[in-house]
Design a binder for this molecule. Structure first.
Ligand SMILES: [Mg+2]
Length: 143
């Protein structure tokens, strides 16, 4: 696959199903937060996000949020109720934090994917880390 495009594109995070991930052999899904799992303005996880994370968890897929957002307290407050580990100020497209997370949970590159909305940070970080890249359309507020 070309460096200029993600391995797979989706409309929204909900379209990344447990069935798809199992089929791909993915056991660790690293997720961007802003404009991927939430709109930038959302302070709390939506019902859709809670349900999606529950479904993935039931399927035995580990989720870790890897964000370039540097607001540690906000990240922790957002991630605590959904019981998801998070990494803030990850400096994507640098892949260090992706690889650290992958190794700390004991997964191989083949078992790992990064999901995000931006090519220049998320997709490139996945390519630098040697893991699968999935891209969702940038989420914007519908007025
Ligand atoms: Mg983003």
């Amino acid at each position: 696959m070309s460096i200029f495009s993600a391995d797979q594109k989706f409309e929204r995070f909900e379209d990344v199903t447990p069935e798809f991930l199992k089929n791909e052999g993915i056991k660790l899904l690293l997720c961007d937060l802003d404009n991927t799992l939430r709109l930038h303005s959302e302070k709390e996880p939506t019902d859709e996000l809670i349900e999606w994370i529950d479904d993935l968890r039931k399927a035995g897929i580990k989720i870790v949020i890897i964000s370039n957002n540097g607001r540690k307290k906000m990240m922790q407050n957002f991630c605590k109720p959904i019981r998801v580990d998070c990494v803030w100020w990850a400096k994507k497209p640098v892949s260090t934090k992706l690889t650290e997370a992958r190794l700390s949970y004991g997964f191989t590159c083949e078992e790992t994917a990064m999901l995000g909305d931006k090519w220049s940070t998320d997709v490139l970080a996945a390519k630098n880390a040697g893991v699968r890249s999935y891209q969702v359309r940038h989420r914007k507020k519908v007025l």
